[in-house]
Design a protein around this ligand. Structure first.
Ligand code: COA
Length: 167
């Protein structure tokens, strides 16, 4: 677990096979998937977990589990995935937490710690894609240092794009 990042309350670490069942359940859960285009089917959820693990094999700050240290429970994820927008490849930062773990500052705490980890190996821009109605996510992005860039439409949905440059 050399890649693990520890904060006062959280452990942020690459996915492991025992996490699969938890994420496959969460990716099919309406509340967990709030502000996502849709929940995933069981098959898509399995593929999403495989993809998360694949990305983390090459990027130390890929989307990865956030574990609540007090309970040992996986309460969400934070990190990047690859995305192509208008022919340009980006690293897109995203986070998602179970409803009972929201409102405690976990998204900010976990993401800030993983961002510090990212700074050691990566320089360049990061993108965040946020529904204009998603107040908490905008708040987290701004606290992490992301700045509003532009508004666009992705798959028919209006969304705000934020960027952060790691020097
Ligand atoms: C977005 C999300 C990850 C935030 O997680 P969290 O752990 O609750 O976030 P934090 O507690 O670190 O910060 C939330 C911030 O939003 C603020 N906030 C809460 N509700 C808000 C609202 N309706 N409008 C504006 N800001 C709001 C909080 O006050 C807090 O800011 P503060 O620390 O300055 O007070 C979580 O709500 C979630 O998983 N939502 C569903 C999935 C999702 O939307 N993911 C992002 C997709 S772009």
């Amino acid at each position: 677990m050399t890649d693990a990042v520890t904060t006062a309350r959280l452990l942020v670490r690459p996915p492991e096979e025992p996490d699969r069942a938890r994420f496959v359940e969460l990716f099919q859960d309406e509340e967990f998937m709030a502000f996502a285009p849709s929940v995933l089917t069981a098959e898509q959820a399995e593929a999403r977990f495989d993809h998360m693990a694949d990305v983390c094999r090459t990027i130390p700050f890929g989307k990865q589990p956030v574990v609540e240290r007090a309970t040992g429970r996986v309460v969400g994820y934070t990190g990047v995935d690859h995305i192509e927008i208008d022919g340009r490849d980006w690293l897109e930062w995203g986070y998602r937490f179970v409803p009972e773990a929201r409102g405690h500052g976990y998204a900010t705490e976990a993401s800030a710690a993983l961002l510090e980890h990212a700074r050691r190996t990566y320089t360049g821009e990061l993108l965040a894609i946020i529904d204009p109605e998603n107040g908490p996510s905008k708040r987290v992005a701004r606290k992490l240092g992301f700045a509003f860039w532009t508004q666009t439409t992705i798959d028919g949905d209006r969304c705000d794009l934020y960027t952060l440059t790691l020097e």
